[in-house]
Design a protein around this ligand. Structure first.
Ligand code: URA
Length: 233
């Protein structure tokens, strides 16, 4: 690739500013002063002011609509299907960011960017995650308020959450639940704590990033705007 593009991708400066550095004779390729039309690549020793530049590794970011029946690990000891089975060939060494349990569907981010994964899952960052839950039977306002205020799971109260009923009949209730923690099976166990059984659970958003119309089991790469949004969440 052109030397100015190479330098820009290494994070030295914009392509135009790199052209200036080249014109000023500050750039060398394998010990020789570089000219504007030169090419440089992986194996070349490129320096600016005598300092070697390093190619930034570019990360991959995927959004998957996880179906139920898949585990969120790279490999499963029990031989079950994993979310990795749903990625396209050549997806690289990505891993799931956080977990959705075996029976839960919905939005899952996979990346090889450890820093972003850490940011999105660290409890101190309180990133809101939105779920669609379907429970058996009905739920009383008092129970909804208990969920909103926090219920006890493993001897510790859950944080405040937003819970609203979307649809109700005698046999089932559909709710939107927004939590900012990520404890194991948290939504299911919150409902267990008020005596309700979650029959269906799907994550629909992380922050303002939505699953949208992505079909179940399908995956797409995130745009650079979406990656920027997640990095600044
Ligand atoms: N809460 C759950 O109960 N399960 C999930 O997979 C995610 C949140």
């Amino acid at each position: 690739m052109r030397i100015n593009k190479f330098l820009a991708e290494c994070g030295v400066a914009s392509r135009r500013a790199c052209d200036r550095l080249i014109a000023e004779g500050k750039v060398t390729i394998n010990g020789r002063a570089a000219s504007l039309g030169d090419d440089a690549g992986e194996g070349d020793d490129v320096c600016v002011d005598g300092v070697p530049v390093q190619r930034k590794k570019s990360n991959r970011y995927f959004l998957l609509n996880k179906p139920k029946g898949y585990v969120c690990t790279v490999r499963d000891d029990k031989g079950r299907k994993t979310v990795m089975d749903l990625l396209p060939a050549g997806a690289g060494r990505v891993f799931p960011v956080g977990r959705l349990d075996y029976d839960t569907e919905g939005l899952l981010i996979l990346t090889d960017d450890g820093e972003l994964a850490f940011r999105l899952t660290h409890p101190k960052n309180e990133i809101p995650k939105t779920y669609l839950a379907k429970i058996e039977g009905t739920i009383a306002e008092r129970e909804l308020n208990m969920l909103r205020a926090g219920v006890e799971i493993d001897g510790k109260l859950t944080g405040k959450s937003k819970v609203k009923v979307l649809e109700a009949s005698k046999t089932y209730t559909k709710l939107q639940v927004i939590i900012s923690e990520g404890r194991n099976r948290q939504v299911r166990r919150m409902f267990d704590a008020v005596g309700k059984h979650v029959a269906f659970l799907k994550r629909t958003a992380v922050g303002d990033m939505r699953l949208g119309q992505l079909p179940r089991g399908k995956v797409r790469e995130l745009s650079s705007d979406e990656v920027f949004y997640l990095k600044n969440l």
